[in-house]
Design a binder for this molecule. Structure first.
Ligand code: DQA
Length: 146
């Protein structure tokens, strides 16, 4: 299968960024753990601080026949109708991941523009959340293709 993992703004700072909320793993650590778990499947990772670049990457995913997207939209979770519309337009199933438990934080983090479109949402399990999302995605794709 072909899986795309998208990381939104400020996630390039993981490792040093507010470890109380986001843990000590770096983005490179997370991407490597995902690649290890993906084994023979194609897994591409992409991080951007720019909404426009994330939208362009989602559009490209359709041309590349990406089967599944795992996305941590970071702060765009709470602000971006444009990113939501991009995911809706390409009709690629996706799981929304947050390192922190957004429901245990400021009220403005409790609304997501993505959750009602997502296959599922993982929040508060740290870097492990990405690996759980990948496991779930692979299992779903296997079932669908069985
Ligand atoms: C986040 C939660 C968001 O509210 C925040 O803006 C982030 C990271 C998380 O992974 O916990 O940048 O998506």
């Amino acid at each position: 299968f072909n899986i795309l993992v998208l990381h939104g703004p400020n996630l390039n700072l993981l490792g040093t960024r507010e470890p109380k909320h986001y843990g000590r793993a770096t983005l490179a650590d997370i991407n490597q753990a995902l690649k290890d778990l993906a084994q023979a499947h194609q897994l591409t990772t992409f991080q951007s601080n720019a909404e426009y670049q994330l939208i362009e990457r989602i559009h490209a995913a359709r041309e590349e026949h990406v089967d599944f997207i795992i996305i941590n939209p970071a702060a765009f979770t709470h602000t971006s109708v444009a990113l939501r519309d991009a995911l809706s337009a390409v009709t690629i199933p996706f799981i929304e991941v947050h390192l922190s438990n957004v429901h245990a934080r400021e009220p403005f983090r409790q609304h997501s523009y993505f959750s009602d479109l997502a296959v599922g949402v993982i929040s508060g399990l740290g870097a492990q959340g990405y690996l759980l999302a990948l496991q779930a995605a692979l299992a779903m794709l296997r079932d669908k293709n069985a």
